[in-house]
Design a protein around this ligand. Structure first.
Ligand code: GDP
Length: 195
């Protein structure tokens, strides 16, 4: 994908009306600190356009990035903050649910998992939640540069088994440091989810 222009077009909080877009939407979910902002910046060829590491307790939003007037990259709020109150977690969940359930243009959800670790309970919950909304998530195994090449297959297996993925689930290893996996993600999106 050649990035000609990007625009953070819509930011939705818990009480916001979600946009009724006509372009395809590609969403990204993952626990805080997994590397979601870094991935979105890499996909947009920007260093710091997407917010980097929201601090715990900070207002959680869904951000819609318009890419080339052709599609939206949708940045869902990161989950798993220990410091967030139960009430905030519920509101956050309702916002995500409203989006996953209500968007007519959502084509695919990418779920980001740190390649170094067994998925957490929250990761598994998020995976099942996305599936229960009728989507077949694609997994992005982040921070690939942090493991030895010889560890890759083993770690991918741990990620798949930890989530209990559906048969045929695609796992794309990615590093925002080396940008490995970036082209593969764009190719997948362009091949399957645009027009
Ligand atoms: P977010 O909270 O999911 O949006 O995560 P960020 O993109 O803000 O990244 C969290 C931290 O992990 C930051 O310090 C990043 O520099 C670091 N990070 C993100 N992706 C990678 C990666 O692929 N490799 C390495 N080595 N560090 C990364």
């Amino acid at each position: 994908m050649i990035i000609r222009n990007i625009n953070l077009e819509t930011v939705c909080g818990i009480t916001s009306k979600l946009p009724e877009n006509t372009l395809p939407e590609i969403a990204f979910a993952g626990k805080s600190n997994v590397g979601k902002s870094s991935l979105i910046n890499a996909l947009m060829n920007r260093k710091s356009y997407a917010r980097i590491s929201a601090t715990p307790g900070k207002t959680q939003t869904i951000n819609f990035y318009n890419i080339n007037e052709a599609l939206y990259l949708v940045d869902l709020p990161g989950y798993g903050y220990a410091k967030v109150s139960e009430q905030e977690k519920i509101k956050w969940g309702q916002l995500i649910e409203r989006y996953l359930h209500g968007s007519k243009q959502l084509k695919v959800v990418f779920l980001l998992i740190d390649i170094r670790h067994k998925p957490s309970g929250n990761d598994k919950m998020m995976y099942e939640w996305i599936v229960s909304q009728g989507f077949h998530p694609v997994i992005i195994a982040t921070k690939l540069d942090k493991i030895k090449r010889s560890q890759k297959d083993k770690q991918i297996k741990i990620v798949k088994e930890g989530l209990g993925v559906l048969p045929g689930t695609i796992v794309i290893p990615f590093s925002s440091v080396t940008k490995q996996g970036r082209d593969e993600i764009w190719e997948l999106v362009e091949r399957n989810y645009l027009n």
